[in-house]
Design a protein around this ligand. Structure first.
Ligand code: ZN
Length: 443
């Protein structure tokens, strides 16, 4: 299987012809333009200098060498311009200030939803114009309300693709009640111990608006009770989830850390493996053959070691995090060696501190700088099935555009500070107007 992450052959090729989109957007009239000092084509790695991106309202109309007459031009000639970034593994409702189980119990669903409003602004501020929510706890799905409210313009945020509940076994990674047996909380709507129960839970997610289904294929790290080495949902359960979801036109992602559970999820036909922390040779081969996506979330595990217990994390959970970190590097090297399809995902509750840092972790782990940029743009968009809408700067796509100082192909850490952000033709962040859409930083 050819990887979309291999270093591109087209690196030195110039764009051969002006790209025009008149046919893609019928009757569209240009409404403005962006002058890019350097423009990276993330499909090939080709860099075009001094290019005009012509906009038609929320879309890209064409890319030209000369300024079209009479248009207002946003001057980004001092910057490198890229498509809006995509985080394919977020948890929108997270409180970035606490990892305490008790604080979680004392946080209402309305409060979590407002944390979501806060977090969405941070994704945008760091250049992420799309995010895939990788499941939430509340049974009434605030992530769908946030997604729909962004789409209707009620709040500012990236384009959201959302999973529903964290589908889990009783006592599994997604069991939201890791307490003693005499604490009698009702079982969550996300709990499924048989294939029939899986079908019901998946149908419930779809009924209320899920774009993706999230399965807990193995134990995990952040909860204090599950064992990340072991498989949790059975292969039969996961295959049932895939059958029900795919029939409805939805995709399936699987949280999978331990080796056995990764392979069971791949055999069951899931679309993406999340983390893949203990991937082995056989698992990597299976993913390569089937074209299963990997969302490695490397930085989150590393960042957790710096945070330690300072945000009230359970010590049992922290010990698991320390232990599993050793598996991460070798597994990611296997993924690269097998040319797996890789999408950028962060999974860190502290969006402000972490969302851009995965770029550095991917490159430190052995990925090329172009590969890391592709993971966060065209690859993630392709995994989401939205590569005709966003993920690259081309005619007909949404005008989701970011700009950075310097050359991220030479130094990926340039991506840690995004200076300019446009989503759907709307300027969110602009170095000329630092007071525009100010963001509150919680630390
Ligand atoms: Zn996650």
């Amino acid at each position: 299987m050819r990887s979309s992450c291999v270093p591109a052959l087209g690196l030195l090729l110039a764009f051969t012809a002006p790209t025009s989109a008149q046919s893609l957007i019928p009757d569209a009239k240009p409404t403005g333009a962006i002058l890019a000092g350097k423009l990276i084509d993330v499909r090939t790695g080709a860099v075009r200098s001094h290019a005009y991106i012509v906009l038609a309202k929320d879309k890209i109309l064409s890319i030209e060498d000369k300024a079209p007459a009479g248009l207002t031009v946003t001057d980004l000639s001092a910057y490198t311009v890229l498509p809006g970034l995509i985080d394919a593994h977020g948890h929108i409702l997270s409180d970035p200030t606490s990892q305490s189980l008790a604080a979680g119990l004392r946080t209402s669903i309305p409060q979590s939803t407002l944390w979501g409003v806060y977090n969405l602004r941070l994704w945008l501020d760091h250049g992420f114009t799309a995010v895939r929510d990788a499941c939430e706890g509340p049974p009434d799905y605030p992530q769908f309300a946030l997604r729909d409210s962004v789409n209707r313009g009620l709040i500012l945020g990236p384009r959201i693709t959302a999973a529903g509940s964290c589908v889990s076994l009783t006592g599994g990674h997604g069991d939201g009640a890791p307490f003693s047996a005499d604490v009698n909380l009702p079982a969550g709507e996300n709990i499924a111990d048989t294939p029939d129960e899986i079908a019901r839970v998946v149908r419930r997610d779809i009924k209320y608006g899920a774009d993706w289904i999230k399965l807990m294929a193995t134990g995990g790290v952040m909860d204090p009770i599950s064992d990340y080495h072991v498989q949790e949902l059975s292969e039969e359960q996961m295959a049932k989830a895939v059958e029900v979801a795919h029939r409805a036109g939805k995709k399936v992602m699987a949280h999978a850390e331990g080796t056995v559970g990764i392979k069971a999820a791949v055999r069951a036909g899931v679309d993406s493996i999340e983390h893949g922390t203990m991937l082995d040779e056989e698992g990597a081969k299976m993913m390569e053959e089937r074209g299963t996506w990997l969302v490695p979330t490397l930085y989150c595990f590393q960042h957790d070691m710096e945070t330690g217990l300072s945000k009230g994390r359970d010590p049992d959970s922290f010990a698991k995090g320390q232990e599993i970190l050793a598996a991460q590097g070798p597994a990611f090297k296997l993924a690269l060696a097998h040319h797996l399809k890789i999408a950028y995902g962060v999974d860190d509750d502290d969006v402000d501190e972490s969302v851009s840092r995965e770029f550095g972790a991917l490159v430190a782990g052995g990925m090329s700088t172009l590969g890391a940029l592709q993971a966060a743009t065209i690859n993630a968009a392709t995994m989401l099935g939205k590569d005709k809408l966003f993920g690259s700067i081309e005619p007909g796509h949404f005008a989701d555009i970011v700009a950075v100082k310097g050359d991220p192909l030479a130094d990926i850490t340039v991506m840690y500070h995004v200076d300019f952000v446009m989503k759907g033709g709307q300027v969110i962040k602009d170095p000329e107007h630092p007071d525009r859409n100010p963001v509150i930083h919680m630390h």
